[in-house]
Design a protein around this ligand. Structure first.
Ligand code: THU
Length: 160
């Protein structure tokens, strides 16, 4: 048996103000998107913003439903709209943040597994890495350079 170690490079900034211009703008867009989330059941409002290679920024937020599983995460709302409106245009980056009345979220928001899978699909489709910027309401920002770092050994069209 041979053990394989997976090392993942991660950027970490203690404050949002340390981010470079593009990352900061995208995170601000995500934060604005979180303000109009439809999250009456969880009270957890997530905002996402996607930057495309053509410079367009698409926002999304979580959309919940009384039939709980029918709702959708902010990231997929933004990604699916981006791909439907601009098919064939590579995705450069996504920023994600959240807020809740329950507490101040002072740590980066982790993307759920389904959203990681969807990011992986578009990364493979366009053959271009997607930068993933995660932040809470305040506190540190964590950045992954590509979706495959967030979902190693993922299922893809190659497996079909
Ligand atoms: N949620 C997102 O929008 N993105 C994530 O990555 C994690 C969870 C939403 C789904 C649901 O509306 C609420 O947050 C609580 O799980």
């Amino acid at each position: 048996m041979k053990k394989i170690e997976i090392r993942i490079p991660i950027e970490r900034y203690e404050k949002e103000s340390e981010l470079d211009g593009n990352d900061k703008t995208l995170l601000q867009e995500a934060r604005e998107a979180s303000l109009s989330a439809y999250s009456p059941y969880s009270g957890f409002s997530v905002g996402a913003a996607v930057r495309l290679k053509n410079g367009v920024i698409i926002r999304g937020n979580n959309q919940e439903n009384a039939a709980y599983p029918s709702g959708l995460c902010a990231e997929r709302v933004a990604l699916f709209f981006a791909s439907s409106r601009y098919p064939g245009v590579p995705i450069e980056a996504i920023a994600v943040t959240a807020k809740t009345k329950a507490r101040v979220i002072a740590e980066p928001i982790a993307l759920c597994g389904s959203c990681r899978q969807v990011l992986s699909e578009y990364e493979n489709l366009h053959g271009q890495p997607i930068r993933i910027i995660m932040c809470g309401e305040s506190g540190p920002v964590v950045i992954f350079g590509k979706a495959s770092d967030l979902l190693p050994m993922s299922f893809s069209s190659k497996d079909l």
